[in-house]
Design a protein around this ligand. Structure first.
Ligand code: AZC
Length: 798
């Protein structure tokens, strides 16, 4: 094969061609890494034609485009996803095996792109995939962090954080776009010229674009994820260099790059203020310029903007995009303020992902005004206009010395949405009650969803095969077809096959855990899994307390007929969130003691797998028997892990929180293990004096479990190690762990009982699969297209 004979049709030849001419490697000496890159290039080639066709179709139709602005896109690995969506899996596997290589090894060689913290970032990634699947012309805009979410390891049970470096290797999925650069200003002052305000920024950086194509199911459509990197306007000061100051010569570049250096590792608390606000403005402003550039290339009349542009703010992190658009329309394009405001409002929409007060962003007006002086004036003017129109309005964007990003997002949006029915309801009665009274049509619900391509078809090939054999393959693009499985859940022969899939997935996980971590998991046991960020409201400590209490009862009564369990944990804590880090250490300490107890360890194991990420989720979810969704009611906006577990045949033990409520309604209350206070009851309980102390006093099991922690049996020689946790559990206990413990215990024993009936359990698990089709992110995106964006699919027009 010669260089000018680039093979198009034969996949095997295409891989060899790229290995030779793109990577310059002799096949005789190529490593797994080289083959993986060659395969990725061959796959990428097949994306590019469709990508361009989609872009051309969008221009031809002059279609409305959706712009999804998000600080986080937790995309994970892309090679397998792309192969699956292009339906190349068989070809790719055959080609790779023909070279004598292991196909799975190759897929697993790709680093995880961890450009997100958790649910919000993963949702953005699922949405990008569904937008492409549905043929909705869309761009994702985010930041190309050089270091994604930190790598987690444990040292004596404690979380250690190391920088992640997904870009240490060439990243095949990105295309650098040096032509799409914008110069962005920060700081400075606002002067008046010809009676008009003019912002004179003091510092400048450039945004540089990297495009990642996102291909939909069956390759029918592809959109772009555009990630911005910070660059200096003058990257290199030759004068300083020649004067011998080599470090200073590159200082501007180092500073500019800092902006896109690291993902903010928090997902709930305030920190890193100035850099964080800089990041927010940086990517929002670059995106707005890009959106306007694309619009103005074909349209002269800015009043048409809302017909052609829908902007979605993924939480408040990009909220400054609103005032930035308004500023450009008014200050730079010269539209009257009220018209610029109306246009902005008609384009922008906002998704709220949390009601936790500490996670609702606000900025001190000092810092804000220093960095963005003109935007502060614009925000005041919007507040003033709203105050005129609605004199009884209470919650302005600026108040109490702060710029409140939730309020700002709300008042600049056409639609504001919550992410589950319960959460949307609570938005109306709590944080946005005042706004909702004034703009009653603005808040709408769009319950989250997950992409079935990655979260069932891709990650669970055995179950995918069984489903396709049973009902055909239409379900991958139309998940509600899973309903057709329902009659099979009554067929003993089919259920046996279904149970065999789960057993095989569990065996795979056990093999991997042995190889990777030296763990021996009992594959006969119930795999009870809680994987998510570590947070008090998610209550991993409730789960570990139950493990302690269970262990104590097993020791007391070793000959009873206990259902064997492996409790599996995974998740990272924000580096500055010390209580969460204590919970991690406690779980590891408890695991050490319980797993070493020969009297019980056939029946109970506790395992904390380090460095939870998308890839680990793809491994764990297909092997799970039980899904732990145990947040304090009213605190988890939706959850999306809960949907993935149900879809893969793991029934939920959970509270009436977030989308658990909808999961329970759809799978049926008899196939869901409910416990705990409702959101309303939780509010009321907090008002009861000493609610935690009373709960502990009234529940000998809970008391004994807490006592065990206090006594130091899990922290020999250091009984105070968990003093904070113990004090919290018996004192303030805002998240009502003690109050919910007894009912959680009861529900867990129901699980034990149900699991002992293996046929009954298989049926329950199968019904979870059959009835979870509604949780496809395709359904969610259709909802956004219709109720929020007024955007149309262009499928068939490419
Ligand atoms: C999460 C919510 O906590 C989770 O309930 C929801 O499913 C997810 O968003 C997607 O909507 N929120 C975050 O990850 N982070 C923040 C800042 O809210």
């Amino acid at each position: 094969m010669a260089k000018d004979e680039m093979p198009k049709s034969d996949f095997r030849d295409a891989i060899l061609w790229h290995l030779t001419y793109t990577l310059g490697k002799d096949p005789d000496h190529a490593q797994v890494f080289d083959w993986r890159l060659a395969l990725s290039h061959a796959v990428r080639d097949r994306i590019v034609d469709r990508w361009m066709a989609s872009t051309r179709a969008t221009y031809r139709a002059d279609a409305k485009r959706v712009y999804y602005l998000s600080m986080e896109f937790l995309i994970g690995r892309l090679l397998q996803d792309n192969i699956v969506n292009l339906q190349l899996a068989d070809q790719a596997q055959a080609a790779i095996e023909s070279f004598g290589l292991d196909y799975r090894d190759l897929l697993l060689d790709e680093p995880d792109a961890a450009l997100g913290n958790g649910g919000l970032g993963r949702l953005a990634a699922c949405f990008m995939e569904s937008l492409a699947t549905l043929g909705c012309p869309a761009y994702g805009y985010g930041i190309r962090y050089e270091h994604g979410l930190f790598r987690q390891s444990f040292a004596e049970g404690r979380q250690m954080e190391a920088p992640e470096d997904w870009l240490a290797q060439p990243y095949v999925w990105q295309f650098e776009r040096p032509e799409a650069r914008f110069t962005l200003g920060f700081g400075g002052r606002v002067v008046t010229r010809d009676g008009k305000p003019v912002w004179e920024p003091e510092n400048f950086v450039q945004s540089e674009a990297y495009d990642v194509p996102v291909i939909g199911w069956q390759g029918a459509w592809a959109n772009t994820l555009r990630l911005w990197a910070g660059r200096a306007v003058d990257p290199f000061d030759l004068g300083r260099f020649n004067a011998g100051d080599f470090t200073a010569a590159a200082e501007a570049e180092a500073l500019a790059r800092t902006i896109s250096r690291v993902l903010y590792p928090e997902d709930s608390t305030e920190a890193g203020k100035r850099l964080r606000l800089t990041q927010e403005y940086f990517f929002s402003a670059a995106s707005i310029r890009d959106i306007l550039r694309r619009f103005e290339a074909d349209h002269a009349d800015l009043r048409l903007l809302p017909q052609k542009v829908a902007i979605q703010l993924n939480d408040t992190h990009p909220a400054i995009a609103g005032p930035e658009l308004l500023r450009i329309l008014h200050d730079e394009r010269g539209l009257p303020f009220d018209e610029a405001l109306a246009i902005t409002r008609a384009c922008v929409n906002y998704t709220n992902h949390t009601l936790l007060p500490e996670a609702l962003e606000s900025w001190g007006e000092g810092l804000f005004g220093e960095l963005l002086p003109r935007h502060l004036q614009i925000i005041d003017r919007i507040d003033a206009e709203d105050a005129k129109a609605h004199p009884d309005r209470r919650n302005a964007a600026r108040g109490e010395g702060r710029v409140r990003m939730g309020e700002l997002s709300f008042i600049l949006s056409n639609r504001v949405n919550g992410v589950s029915a319960l959460h949307t309801g609570l938005m109306k009665t709590t944080v946005f009650a005042d706004q909702h009274r004034i703009w009653p049509d603005r808040i709408v619900n769009q319950t989250n969803g997950v992409t079935p391509r990655r979260w069932l078809h891709g990650c669970n090939p055995r179950l995918s095969r069984l489903i396709t054999q049973t009902i055909g393959d239409g379900w991958v693009g139309d998940l509600e077809q899973l309903q057709a499985l329902e009659p099979h859940a009554a067929d003993a022969g089919w259920l046996e096959q279904f149970a065999a899939v789960k057993a095989a997935n569990k065996a795979d996980l056990s093999d991997w855990a042995r190889r990777e971590h030296g763990l021996t998991l009992n594959p006969q046991a119930l795999f009870d899994v809680q994987i998510k960020r570590i947070h008090e409201y998610k209550r991993q400590h409730l789960n570990i307390l139950e493990a302690i209490a269970l262990w104590q009862e097993m020791r007391e009564n070793p000959s009873a007929d206990w259902t064997a369990r492996v409790k599996i944990f995974g998740g990272k804590a924000a580096p500055g969130y010390f209580f969460a880090k204590d919970i991690i250490r406690l779980i590891n300490d408890v695991a050490g003691v319980i797993n070493a107890d020969a009297a019980t360890n056939e029946k109970l194991q506790v395992v904390y797998l380090p460095n939870y990420n998308v890839t680990l989720a793809e491994r764990l979810i297909p092997a799970a028997d039980l899904s732990e969704q145990i947040s304090t009611a009213g605190k988890e906006a939706s959850g999306t892990g809960n949907m993935k577990f149900a879809l893969n045949g793991a029934p939920t033990i959970g509270t009436l929180d977030g989308a658990n409520v909808e999961i329970r309604e759809l799978v049926g209350p008899e196939n869901f293990f409910l416990f705990g206070l409702t959101a309303e009851e939780a509010e009321a309980r907090r008002a009861v004096p000493d609610h935690a102390a009373r709960a502990v006093a009234g529940d000998p099991r809970l008391k004994r479990a807490i006592e065990a922690i206090r006594s130091g049996i899990f922290s020999p020689g250091e009984p105070d190690r968990y003093a904070n946790i113990v004090e919290n559990l018996t004192g303030a206990d805002y998240f009502l762990v003690a109050s919910d413990f007894a009912d959680y215990w009861r529900a867990q024993r129901e699980v034990d009982f149900a699991y002992a009936d293996r046929d009954g359990w298989a049926r329950m698990a199968a019904l979870n699969v059959a009835r979870s089709g509604w949780f496809s992110s395709d359904r969610t995106i259709r909802g956004y297209m219709q109720d929020i964006w007024n955007a149309k699919s262009l499928l068939g027009q490419e």
